[in-house]
Design a protein around this ligand. Structure first.
Ligand code: ATP
Ligand code: MG
Length: 428
């Protein structure tokens, strides 16, 4: 028989590394709550149509990266249905927004999520087939101010504060405006025109994109096409007055709170739903997969999914890449030691040891528990690996109610009455 392994592009996250993941998640919840975001949890799989329509048929994600299967009907009354593991979460959030008529509150909805996403990509450092995203969306009817450039700036400022609070420095915010339904068609037409005489010199992928979705050519990572891409028209020259004013207001608000940025007129991002502001935060320490997060405004997405007019802005952050950044240059984290290891000295004391452990745990201590079947030497060896102190529970201790506690770091041994043990372990 062959040994079963985690599937290519997926991996197990084990302690103590998971403690770092928990810390990042806790920081997310704490910081996002200050901006009055609430958590949303959408299903991990959805109707394939949601992504085909919401993310765009011509995107890399939908055209080649999705895990899709035909879900068999279980009864005659049911139809089989094409389902897909979510490759991203914005489409799911907007579906939920529409389904639960959140727009009818008249308020902005500020929602965040933390969860796994799935894309069939070539696995490499910082790129997996199951990866985690932390994302947030601000969405609502125009009357709630959802189109305001202040929303864009607030989200970007939140991200800057979040990364600062995590202790990640050295990031770069790159942003651009990709226009909207009124000015973008003119730009796309200009791109098509500029690409027509040169596209045959480009990679196969870009030749196809030049036909189906010319904006995607700008997003190309193919170095051989770089020179052609550099000479294509710039979107900034095609923005109408409203889009220009919107972008200028975003930049002014960022300036006002000291968030540094670079404007990159080539940044279009890989998803079709973006309008106006698009952005990425990159980090030099990540190598080829240098994007920590990406996002932007999606004023037409709800309508693309047959929902009400509900402009919005959001982002998705690669949690795996945040972790890689935090780990770089850091010593491998050591496992957290328990406050005490309880060692019953005979099997007849096991039950008593469990009761003692329960009392200490209820007092908030981190406790590990041995077994009376272990010889005392073995208890010390295990205890020394797992905990800062060992508490011995033998016949004498049971009779007298006074426990022997040894501190592994100092070698100091003390006798402590059972009733005072929790306090004593807490204080040292
Ligand atoms: P990339 O250019 O790196 O492929 P993307 O444009 O496909 O990123 P988005 O779809 O915007 O990325 O996702 C937002 C973030 O999610 C990315 O910036 C990245 O940090 C993370 N991410 C995307 N795909 C993966 C993956 N396969 N493995 C790990 N993280 C990923
Ligand atoms: Mg990608």
């Amino acid at each position: 028989m062959t040994l079963l392994k985690a599937v290519r592009g997926t991996r197990d996250l084990l302690p103590p590394e998971t403690e770092l993941w928990e810390r990042v998640e806790a920081t997310t919840r704490r910081v996002f709550a200050r901006y009055n975001f609430g958590e949303i949890r959408t299903p991990i799989f959805e109707d394939t149509q949601l992504f085909a329509r919401g993310v765009g048929e011509e995107t890399d994600i939908v055209s080649k990266e999705m895990y899709t299967w035909e879900d068999r009907a279980r009864a005659q009354s049911e139809k089989s249905q094409s389902l897909t593991l979510r490759p991203e979460n914005t489409a799911g959030v907007v579906r939920a927004y529409i389904e639960h008529k959140m727009g009818e509150t008249g308020l902005l909805q500020k929602l965040y999520y933390i969860g796994p996403q799935f894309r069939r990509e070539r696995p490499q450092k910082g790129r997996y087939r199951q990866f985690w995203q932390i994302g947030a969306e601000v969405i609502g009817p125009p009357s709630a101010g959802s189109e305001s450039p202040l929303r864009d700036a607030e989200v970007l400022e939140m991200l800057a504060s979040f990364l600062d609070e995590l202790g990640i420095s050295g990031w770069t915010l790159v942003l651009n405006s990709v226009g909207c339904s009124t000015d973008r068609p003119r730009y796309v037409a200009a791109l098509r025109e500029a690409l027509a005489p040169v596209k045959h010199q480009m990679s196969e992928d870009n030749q196809r994109r030049a036909e189906t979705n010319p904006l995607r050519v700008l997003d190309s990572k193919d170095p051989s096409d770089e020179a052609i891409v550099a000479n294509l028209p710039k979107i900034a020259d095609y923005l109408d007055e409203a889009s220009k004013a919107h972008f200028a207001a975003v930049l002014a608000a960022l300036d006002a709170c000291g968030v540094q940025y670079e404007v990159n007129p080539r940044l279009v991002r890989g998803l079709d739903y973006y309008t106006r502001t698009t952005f990425e935060f990159t980090h030099g320490g990540l190598g080829a997969q240098n994007a920590l997060l990406g996002g932007g405004r999606y004023d037409g997405l709800s309508e693309m999914l047959d929902g009400p007019k509900a402009p919005g802005i959001g982002f998705a952050m690669g949690l795996d890449r945040l972790i890689l950044t935090l780990q770089a240059g850091q010593a491998e984290s050591a496992p957290t030691l328990a406050d005490a290891f309880i060692a019953p000295l005979s099997e007849s004391l096991n039950a008593e040891a469990l009761a003692l452990a329960r009392d200490l745990r209820r007092a908030g201590l981190r406790i590990d528990l041995g077994d009376g079947a272990f010889r005392i030497k073995k208890s010390f060896e295990i205890g020394n690996k797992l905990a800062r102190k060992i508490v011995l529970l033998g016949e004498d201790e049971q009779r007298s109610g006074i426990l022997t506690v040894k501190n592994f770091a100092t070698g100091e041994q003390t006798k402590i009455p059972r009733g005072e043990l929790a306090q004593a372990l807490q204080n040292s």
